[in-house]
Write a protein that binds this ligand. Sequence first.
Ligand SMILES: Nc1ncnc2c1ncn2[C@@H]1O[C@H](COP(=O)(O)OP(=O)(O)OP(=O)(O)O)[C@@H](O)[C@H]1O
Length: 358
Amino acid sequence: MALVTLELTDFRHLRGPLLACSPGLNVVSGDNASGKTSLLEAVYLLGRGKSFRAARLEEAIRRGAEAWRVVAELDIDGRHPRLGIQRDASGFSARFAGEPVAGLATLARALPVLLLTPDSHRLLDGGPKQRRRLLDWGLFQADPAFIGHWRRYDLALRQRNAALRQGVAARGLAVWEAELAAAALPLDAARRGFCAALEARLGGYADALLDLGELRLDYHRGWHRERELAEVLAEGREVDRRFGHTRSGPHRADFGVRVGGRAVAESLSRGQHKLLVTALVLAQAALYRAHCGRACTLLIDDLPAELDRPHRARVMRCLAGVGAQVFVTAIEPASLDTEAWEAPARFHLDDGLITKLI
Ligand SMILES: Nc1ncnc2c1ncn2[C@@H]1O[C@H](COP(=O)(O)OP(=O)(O)OP(=O)(O)O)[C@@H](O)[C@H]1O
């Protein structure tokens, strides 16, 4: 799975010809505000249908224009379908292989993208939502049944929350609690298994990038580890009523990384933090490959930031070995060691104008 070509129309200030991408490394260089992050944003939008930097997609419409469009030719096991997205006055729409796309799941399957930005440290030291998303994206890709488990649980959760707010009596709540507890089981089992697989890969990448010593990934399922969820929900009814929502269950799941027995937030430098998050994303890309038998597309914004030359070289070597299509941005392309890559594509940006360097 890879982007073969990319065509941008009125997407922020980006302009230029159809871009022929490498299935391996793509280096995107340019000064500050030249459009490097915008280029990654366009690719991310193709695979996720959401931006990582703007809540409102109309913000990306070039000033003075009425719509933006991003179209790519993909390579999926030798087939070459087109994937196109646009945001115009009527909203966001997408087409894949000539058909309108109804949900984001189609985009995510067509172009699996993973992202690393200078803000990605939040994955480890921010709230649990991003970590749950990481697990669920991986499971969504790896296990066709996962989305069904997730939807069943989500529906039961919304029903119980609505019942709590409507003051439904205990007997009525118990019906949703039984369903919630049943729906929680496959979700929890899938996440637990995924965390174990992620931990196994993470150790290898963390060793290659950081020399930290023993590293643990602790999975928290979202309710007391020795209790049945139905019991916990029944006991917590009155407090849940006051809060207006369900406080226990897989929607509160999380994981944490510990190094030498200590939480990472307490013990690592910023550079080490970045390397550990990089190791986590590499582990995710490797797992995607192992589960799906294909490459995903890795987007890395400002790779050199906060890393010294030896560590940048280590990251580039690990990236070359993970078997993904990679887009990296850098102000100075010479700061990236591309020796391990065959025929990287190089793009340069100058105030939004993209040129491919030969
Ligand atoms: N809707 C838009 N229309 C036109 N130009 C836009 C729009 N949105 C953003 N820009 C321009 O894009 C520029 C920012 O681009 P971007 O953040 O992609 O640059 P960058 O190369 O990643 O920068 P840095 O290296 O500083 O992070 C801004 O200067 C802004 O003027």
